[in-house]
Design a protein around this ligand. Sequence first.
Ligand code: NAD
Ligand code: TYD
Length: 371
Amino acid sequence: MKRTILITGGAGFIGSHVVRLLVNKYPEYRIINVDKLTYAGNLANLQDIEDRPDYKFVRLDICDFDAICQLMKEEKVDGIIHLAAESHVDRSIKDPFTFARTNVMGTLSLLQAARLCWEPLGWHCHSEKHSDVRIPCRLYHVSADEVYGALALDNPGGEPPYGSDFFREDTAYNPHSPYSASKAASDHFVRSFHDTYGLPTVISNCSNNYGPYQFPEKLIPLFINNIRHGKPLPVYGKGENVRDWLYVEDHARAIDLIFHEGKDGETYNIGGFNEWKNIDLIKTMIRTVDRILGNPEGHSLPLITFVQDRAGHDLRYAIDSTKLKSELGWEPSLQFEEGIEKTVRWYLDHQDWMDNVTSGEYQSYYKEMYE
Ligand code: NAD
Ligand code: TYD
């Protein structure tokens, strides 16, 4: 009997890369992708694997506890990789309730369903019930670095790193936005289920991701699309905030590794020691898009438009991923220059994907946010 892995949020940006990786790498698994298909979920992200016999998509809200329980029992789910979430800070500032609902209550619904399904099996996989080899089940919660809050910018004019401090696994939680508060709360619930009930869990906290299939409300795809169309680039504040960027396929590889080899009850930070000031990153994107489109150097620089800062804007994120490297041997595979080149080319080559996700509701979101 094949092991059945449920991936939540698999139609979103990172989730679609995780689903693709696991479907291609593990023919011995059945992969079930549970996604509500909010504005951020898009089945076109998975067209290349949608017909695989051991892959199944189920449209479901993770907050629907009864439906999740039923699915877990019917499909004999052995493991969960949980990525479904509301993920955009600016939306969380406008509508915090949706974030608490999906990120906190949705995670709680999965935890409780997993507990009810797996506790009677002694926390072991269905597939191994009648075998001597006992494989434990596991719920893997995918979280973000912003639960730790913001770091100081001690060295704004110099070279990266832009400060002496980094987020480590034992850094105290100090979230500032409704998004990061909801992710922090969900992390606490995951730990509480491990400590209280013995549910086998693992958590990772990753830095900002970039790459194909990211919804164009986040900095990198939004700006690539705007540069292409000669639209203003709304830089929050002075553009001095620092983010630590990781190519999405490197995150997906880390998730695969941690799901299979991470220790129960542990947390792993994921990041590539790749800090960028927003304004420097934006200039790099402008240079890359202009070069690929054959525009003269500096052509799109006048699109930079400094706008009012984001409320509660965290100054600097920087992840220390030493534990993941030393304990599980993970390292990022791509240099940033290579990753950004691939990413820019992907968006420029997939205008149909961009047109599809920016039609309809996106137009009113964009107007409200930026016009
Ligand atoms: P995304 O917004 O692109 O995708 C989220 C997916 O979850 C979508 O497919 C959406 O339809 C689905 N979803 C939302 N609410 C749901 C619900 N109630 N029930 C079922 N499905 C629902 O997000 P992403 O950027 O791919 O992030 C995935 C996960 O990784 C999130 O948990 C996020 O917090 C975390 N993360 C993201 C980043 C990043 O830079 N994007 C970095 C670190 C961690
Ligand atoms: P974002 O992609 O929203 O990710 P996060 O808020 O999780 O870090 O934003 C990345 C950085 O870019 C962040 O410092 C905010 C900034 N930003 C802008 O300056 N303008 C924009 O239009 C957006 C979306 C982000």
